[in-house]
Design a binder for this molecule. Structure first.
Ligand SMILES: Nc1ncnc2c1ncn2[C@@H]1O[C@H](COP(=O)(O)OP(=O)(O)O)[C@@H](O)[C@H]1O
Ligand SMILES: [Mg+2]
Length: 483
């Protein structure tokens, strides 16, 4: 095989591609979703934590702001620790501790007056409340809020308060979220990979059925393997059905070809055998016997003539079976033409009573190539004459309705049985082989006529009673005006 094969890339199964694609998409969606959730949770919690600091700062400030003096260790101790068992003051510190807040109080010189144990940040002198974020490894770790304490009496700054918020609630929630989201991510990854794989396998199994059938057909083109019926109704089913139909058509076509060749060889066998017989006869002793010579030559010529006709008819049939548009625009005025054929037949068969019944006023144009219509009518008239017996009469009638021309050809001959009426349009079929053969028939006349009528979107019918005669009718579309 010299055929140059198209270079193919490395083979990657659809199963893998689909699985990969679905997994990636699902995972991507999950990551986007998780990030969004994380972002909103953390930013709203952060807001809460900032509020906590603000509240704590103002709560601490309000504890001292009624003092006129600058803050000192004594005042602070009095207000915070000195009165530790005196109820509400204590509640403040406790409250702060409980909310995980650390407090640092400094005087106006930034000297520490009070701090909860674990505080690690420095105080800042500021004019107003300032919130700072403290980072660890580029993640927010804690928040610090610093504010001046102003005496409500003097309006002067008497000290500073700094509150540190370690945000343990925030960190815990974020951590928990991570613990939820990351295992879920793995789960989703596996789930989407598995479902993608199953889905792909499912679709591929059906493609595989198609592939198997194609392989079978490739191995033995005559095999009647077909893609099994699909219970789903989707695009793959469409492909499968179309493919099956195509196979049916192709095999039907191939069978027809085969039959045709068989039929043709069969048809040719008899005339060839007859000619051969005569030639042998002549070869042996006929050369010198003018009587045998004469008879053999004329018989052989007759057979050769048959073969010639047969070949011509087969050619005609094959040609018209291939739709071509060569004559599709031809139109023909039928009346004079049919009249002409009628006259010819009358001359050729003087023993027949021929009637012509013309029901059409004016002209009648039909979309058909003149020679083709001629051929159809000759085939039918020829049969009518050939298959007449005692009553030698043939009626030819033309009429029209709005859209169609109708031609009817009637004889009173042998007729055709109901069974045969279905078969006479098949190639080489002859109800009475001998009779047909004697009159030079090959069984191709009606198939040719019918194919021609079909090519021009017409119809053809037969009505017949055995022993009484037959009527063949054809209908052909009329062209209303010659334009
Ligand atoms: N007018 C008819 N009356 C009776 N039988 C007919 C008539 N026309 C056709 N047939 C039958 O149909 C068969 C096929 O016709 P046709 O295709 O013209 O082939 P052929 O005339 O070569 O035998 C004929 O052999 C004959 O048996
Ligand atoms: Mg015929």
């Amino acid at each position: 095989m010299e055929k140059e094969r198209k270079k193919k890339g490395p083979r990657i199964s659809l199963r893998f591609k689909w699985t990969f694609f679905i997994t990636t998409v699902v995972f991507f969606i999950y990551v986007v979703f998780s990030t969004t959730v994380l972002y909103f949770v953390s930013s709203s919690m952060l807001k809460n934590e900032v509020n906590t600091i603000k509240n704590a700062v103002s709560a601490v400030s309000s504890r001292f702001e009624d003092s006129e003096q600058l803050l000192s260790k004594r005042i602070v101790n009095d207000k915070v620790e000195g009165l530790s068992d005196a109820g509400y003051q204590d509640t403040l510190v406790e409250q702060l501790k409980r909310s995980n807040l650390q407090v640092l109080l400094t005087d106006i010189n930034n000297q520490t007056l009070y701090k909860t144990q674990d505080i690690k940040i420095d105080s800042k002198k500021t004019d107003s409340l300032k919130i700072t974020k403290l980072y660890k490894n580029s993640n927010i770790d804690s928040l610090a809020g610093s504010a001046p304490i102003k005496s409500t009496k003097t309006g002067e700054i008497i000290g500073y308060v700094t509150v540190n918020n370690k945000m343990s609630e925030y960190h815990r929630t974020i951590r928990e979220l991570y613990y939820e989201l990351i295992p879920n991510a793995v789960f989703i990854l596996i789930l989407s990979a598995v479902s993608g794989f199953i889905f792909a396998s499912f679709v591929l199994r059906r493609l595989k059925l198609i592939n198997n059938t194609i392989k079978d057909i490739n191995e033995s083109p005559d095999s009647d393997a077909r893609i099994p019926h699909q219970s789903q109704n989707d695009e793959i089913t469409d492909v499968a059905e179309q493919f099956n139909e195509m196979l049916d058509r192709m095999q039907q076509y191939a069978n027809q070809q085969k039959e045709f060749v068989q039929d043709v060889s069969h048809e040719l066998r008899t005339p060839v055998a007859v000619v051969e017989g005569h030639l042998k006869l002549l070869n042996r002793w006929g050369k010198d016997d003018p009587e045998i010579l004469d008879e053999s030559l004329s018989s052989s010529l007759q057979e050769i003539n048959r073969m010639k006709n047969l070949i011509q008819e087969m050619l005609d049939l094959t040609r018209i079976e291939q739709p071509d548009n060569q004559f599709s625009n031809e139109i023909t005025e039928v009346k004079p033409m049919i009249k002409q054929i009628y006259n010819d037949f009358k001359v050729l068969h003087p023993e027949f009573i021929m009637n012509f019944d013309d029901d059409i006023r004016g002209e009648a144009w039909v979309k058909i190539y003149r020679n083709h219509l001629e051929q159809i009518i000759i085939i039918l008239l020829d049969n009518a004459i050939k298959y007449s017996k005692d009553r030698k009469e043939v009626n030819l009638a033309i009429s029209r309705n709005e859209n169609y021309l109708e031609v009817a050809i009637q004889d009173f001959g042998v007729g055709i049985s109901a069974d045969d009426q279905d078969k006479i349009f098949n190639r080489f079929y002859r109800a009475d082989k001998d009779r047909s053969r004697q009159s030079g028939g090959n069984g191709l006349g009606l198939p040719i006529a019918r194919q021609l009528v079909k090519n021009y979107q017409g119809f053809m019918y037969v009505e017949s009673v055995v022993g009484s005669g037959s009527v063949f009718r054809i209908e052909l579309p009329l062209q209303n005006k010659k334009d």
